[in-house]
Design a protein around this ligand. Structure first.
Ligand code: SME
Length: 185
């Protein structure tokens, strides 16, 4: 979708009766469409954050998905590779930098493993940007290169305990792969 396309479908117009899986499928398909011939990471992560946010907010029959209070990205800081820096997101103002290895985001970046945190109070070193957050999922965005370079993380927060499960993990890991492959880092 080029910049001169003024008329296009509203991709955030999800159907409220869709299941969690259907909404994630729509998000993935929409991202693939929006990322076509667009490899700028700021542009692509901004649209991905919007799609995720409206996806969660549309899912009114799923109280956990509907209680998402932050959806967005931290990326590797180009000026200091020991830390992540805030990227495009939807939700309240958040911490600007996070050291690799610190908090949930820094742990996901350091380990290259998804962190599914059912209760943030039980995660040692959790960084509380918003006191209302009770659970969280953070998925590393890893390049398909020899070094398996981490370029950022997807971070989704929820105001309910156990806000996320294996379905969220499955689809957010798919999204992380699409993002890793579709942007110039
Ligand atoms: N809770 C995160 C910090 C980022 S904010 O939640 C947006 C962490 O512990 O890494």
């Amino acid at each position: 979708m080029g910049s001169d396309d003024t008329h296009h479908a509203d991709l955030t117009n999800f159907s409220g009766s869709s299941s969690k899986r259907e909404i994630y499928e729509t998000i993935l398909l929409s991202c693939e469409g929006l990322f076509f011939e667009q490899r700028n990471w700021v542009c692509n992560l901004a649209n991905a954050a919007s799609l995720l946010w409206y996806g969660y907010k549309t899912n009114t029959h799923d109280t956990k998905q509907n209680a998402v209070n932050w959806a967005g990205f931290y990326v590797l800081d180009a000026t200091n590779k020991n830390q992540l820096i805030l990227g495009p997101f939807q939700g309240k103002v958040a911490c600007q930098t996070i050291k690799i290895g610190n908090g949930v985001c820094g742990t996901a970046a350091a380990t290259r493993e998804t962190q599914l945190v059912r209760d943030v109070e039980k995660f040692p070193g959790h960084i509380a940007c918003d006191g209302g957050t009770k659970s969280e999922i953070v998925v590393p965005i890893v390049l398909n290169d020899e070094a398996k370079t981490v370029v950022g993380v997807i971070d989704i927060d929820c105001e309910e305990l156990e806000g996320f499960d294996e379905v969220d993990k499955e689809y957010l890991e798919k999204l992380a792969k699409v993002i890793a492959d579709s942007c110039d880092w």
